[in-house]
Design a protein around this ligand. Structure first.
Ligand code: A3P
Length: 306
C-alpha cells in the first residue's frame, strides 16, 4: 500500500497505483470481462492532462452528425457524463447496451489494458501534458477533493510522492512512456497528443483526430466552419461559461459526487511556475530529463515554461 492524496491508501497493481474504490474493481472487470468492438474509441490520459477537454472534443467530433451546435448535449451535460470512463461505467451499467461507436475513457496505463483492447482494431487517443503543470493541477484538484476529516495536503509532501512515482494512476512517467512507445509501435492504432500543442493549434489537431478515427471532415464541413465550431464549443471559456459546468455534478464514481467546476481551473500552459519553487522546478526538470533519455519523446513545448 502507498500513500495517496485524495484518498490516503493506494493499492499497487501491476506496477501502477490505484485508489481502492470502485474504479479499481472496474479495472479488474475491464481486464477480465470487457470485449471491445473494432469501432470502439478509447481515450487515455494521466490525471489532469486534459481529459475533460479531449472528452468534449472527441464527443463533438465523432457525434457531429447527430447534434446541432445550438442544442448540443455539451451545452447542458458535463463532458464526463457525455463520455464515460470504461472502468467506472462497467461497474454500474451494461457496456454491451451502448450503441457503436462506443466512446470510452480510461486513466489506466497501456500495460494494464486488456488484450481485447490492445490486440483489436479499435483506436486509442492519448493526451499527455508536461509534468510540472500536471503535478500542480493534480495537487490543487486533490486539495479540493480531499475529505475534510483528513489533514490538509502539504504541497512539498505531494511533490515528493509524485517525484517518486506515487500518485493516483502513477508512476506518471511510466504512464506517459507506455503509451508513447506503443504509439511508435502501432501508429495506426494509437494517436499521441500533447496538451500544449492542442492548446496552440486546436483546429489542426481536431482535423488530424477526425482523420485518424476514420471520420475526416468533408470539404463542405470545413467550408461551413464545423471545425471552428467544435473548437469554440469545447474551449475553456465556453465550457466554463455553461451552467452545467458551474453548478452541475457528474456521477461517474459511484461513491462520490463530483462538481463539474472542479475539472476547470485555468486551462493554461505553464501556470505551474506560479506555484512551484525554483528548486521544485529544477528537481522535476532533472527527473524528466533522466526519464526521457533515449526515448525520443519530449513533452509539449511551451514558450511560457521557463
Ligand atoms: P489546470 O488545473 O492547469 O487549469 P483533466 O480534465 O485531465 O482532469 O485536466 C484538468 C486540467 O485541464 C485543468 O488544468 C483544467 O483547467 C484543464 N482544462 C479543462 N478543460 C479545458 C479546456 N476546455 N481547455 C483547456 N484546458 C482545460
Amino acid at each position: 500500500k502507498g500513500q495517496g492524496w485524495m484518498i490516503p491508501a493506494l493499492v499497487q497493481y501491476q506496477g501502477f497505483w490505484y485508489p481502492p474504490i470502485s474504479v479499481f474493481k472496474g479495472v479488474l472487470l475491464m481486464q477480465n470481462h470487457f470485449t471491445s468492438r473494432p469501432n470502439d474509441i478509447f481515450m487515455a490520459s494521466f490525471l489532469k492532462s486534459g481529459t475533460t477537454w479531449l472528452k468534449a472534443i472527441l464527443f463533438a467530433t465523432m457525434k457531429r452528425d447527430e447534434y446541432e451546435f445550438a442544442t448540443h448535449p455539451l451545452l447542458t451535460t458535463g463532458p464526463h457524463d457525455c463520455f464515460p470512463y470504461l472502468d467506472s461505467y462497467i461497474c454500474q451499467s451494461d457496456v454491451e447496451a451502448l450503441p457503436s461507436p462506443r466512446l470510452f475513457a480510461t486513466h489506466s496505463a497501456y500495460s494494464i489494458l486488456p488484450k481485447s483492447i490492445t490486440d483489436s482494431d479499435c483506436k486509442i487517443v492519448y493526451i499527455s501534458r508536461n509534468p510540472k503543470d500536471v503535478f500542480v493541477s493534480q495537487y490543487l484538484f486533490a486539495r479540493k477533493m480531499r475529505p475534510q476529516m483528513l489533514p490538509p495536503l502539504i504541497m512539498e509532501e505531494a511533490f515528493e510522492l509524485f517525484c517518486r512515482g506515487v500518485s493516483e494512476y502513477g508512476p506518471f512517467f511510466d504512464h506517459v512512456l507506455g503509451y508513447w512507445k506503443a504509439s511508435l509501435e502501432f501508429p495506426e492504432k494509437i494517436l499521441f497528443l500533447k496538451f500544449e500543442e492542442l492548446k496552440k493549434e486546436p483546429a489542426k489537431h481536431i482535423k488530424k483526430l477526425a482523420e485518424f478515427l476514420g471520420k475526416p471532415f468533408l470539404k463542405e464541413e470545413e467550408t461551413d466552419g464545423v471545425i471552428d465550431q467544435i473548437v469554440k464549443l469545447c474551449s475553456f471559456d465556453n465550457l466554463t461559461s455553461l451552467e452545467v459546468n458551474k453548478t452541475g455534478t457528474s456521477n461517474f464514481i459511484p461513491e462520490m459526487v463530483v462538481y463539474n467546476t472542479n475539472f476547470f481551473r485555468k486551462g493554461e500552459v505553464g501556470d505551474s511556475k506560479n506555484h512551484l519553487t525554483p528548486e521544485m522546478i529544477a528537481q522535476l526538470d532533472q527527473i524528466t530529463e533522466e526519464k526521457l533519455k533515449g526515448t525520443g519523446f519530449t513533452f509539449g513545448e511551451s514558450t511560457n515554461i521557463e
